[in-house]
Design a protein around this ligand. Structure first.
Ligand code: PMP
Length: 340
């Protein structure tokens, strides 16, 4: 058993997350599927990494000064990461968020001390989109910086220099494939770039939810969205700066229903409570594992990202009424809970 050495400060708790073999997905794929436990970060999501790197980058560029304010437009997890890192470094946080995100995320942001600005969800071309509102607020607020996670490549740098190196070491260089979905694209692009630098044969697959445009972009060169998804934090309609040059070899499109199967199975069979983007990622990892097995690779090792904790979605993914209202299947044991 590896004992983690003590850390000298709380920010050092970000990253260095465990990698765990997932039994059900491995059996389904016929090879080893590994999950990177990003819910183990202090803010319970992968976005703590981007938050730390963007804030450190703003400090190094001299834009963020002592007592300053970090402003960001976010679906929630990046805001949670920013609020924690900003608290640790003495900055204030203002978060602009679409008002259709989970109540848990809003309550969490307020509890962490962030000032929360809710805006109606709208298309990116609308000046009222949360990203544009947050950018304008940063321009108008003295001492403020805009994190700008979508086009700020300090985001993917967190994964080039952090996540991908950890995956390489944790698999002792025996990784054949990596896949995850894209929100900003920082994770898929950064891990992809970092792993390709180690070994260009590692297959990098984008797992896209319905309602996003990237599957068609990588398959046919056309940014075209079809369908819809209730997954929070993923689903992108444009090539962000973080996605530019991402080494994507192949792509899968995964429905919410397919992702929910793994959310339920990982909880019931393996004791992991995750959000829907993790379930979608695992479904993609099973598809990638099967593809590598079919090509005759001997016991390929596939890694994906377990992006955030399911505790953030108790009022949605784990709520029978909410699932039914979205026309999504209700987990068996939630139905039993109702009857008991
Ligand atoms: N899953 C969740 C729950 C997220 O909040 C995010 C971040 N938006 C992602 C996945 C995607 O990560 P990235 O922004 O690095 O593409």
């Amino acid at each position: 058993m590896n004992i983690t050495r003590p850390f000298g400060d709380t920010l050092a708790l970000i990253g260095n997350t465990p990698l765990v073999r997932l039994a059900g997905p491995s059996a389904a794929a016929g090879c080893d599927i590994w999950g990177k436990c990003e819910f183990a970060n202090p803010g319970s999501s992968v976005k703590d990494r981007a938050a730390l790197w963007m804030i450190r980058d703003a400090e190094q560029r001299g834009e963020l000064k002592p007592g300053g304010t970090v402003i960001e437009g976010t679906a929630g997890n990046t805001g949670i990461g920013i609020a924690l890192v900003a608290n640790a470094l003495g900055y204030k946080t203002i978060i602009v968020m679409p008002d259709n995100q989970s109540k848990e995320k809003m309550d969490t942001l307020r509890a962490l001390g962030a000032q929360l600005v809710l805006v109606p969800p709208t298309k990116y071309s609308d000046p009222g989109h949360f990203q544009h509102v947050s950018r304008r607020m940063a321009e108008e607020t003295p001492g403020a910086v805009w994190a700008g996670q979508f086009d700020n490549v300090a985001n993917r740098k967190a994964h080039i220099e952090g996540t991908s190196q950890e995956i390489w070491e944790q698999t002792e260089g025996r990784v054949d494939g990596f896949t995850c979905a894209a929100g900003t694209g920082g994770t898929i692009a950064g891990v992809g770039m970092g792993l390709k630098e180690k070994n260009p044969e590692i297959r990098i697959a984008l797992t896209d939810p319905h309602g996003a445009a990237l599957y068609n972009y990588y398959a046919k060169g056309e940014l075209l969205a079809e369908g819809s998804s209730v997954a929070e934090g993923i689903g992108q309609g444009r090539i962000t700066a973080n996605l530019e040059g991402a080494p994507i070899d192949t792509q899968y499109r995964i429905s919410d229903e397919e992702g929910l199967v793994w959310v339920e199975r990982l909880l019931r069979e393996e004791g992991l409570c995750l959000g829907l983007s993790s379930g979608i990622n695992v479904a993609g990892a099973v598809a990638l594992g099967r593809e590598l097995v079919a090509e005759g690779r001997a016991n390929p090792q596939v890694v994906t990202i377990l992006c955030d904790t399911g505790f953030r979605y108790l009022s949605t993914l784990y709520n029978p009424e909410w699932l039914a209202s979205k026309g999504l299947p209700v987990f068996d044991w939630l139905k039993q809970g109702e009857a008991a």
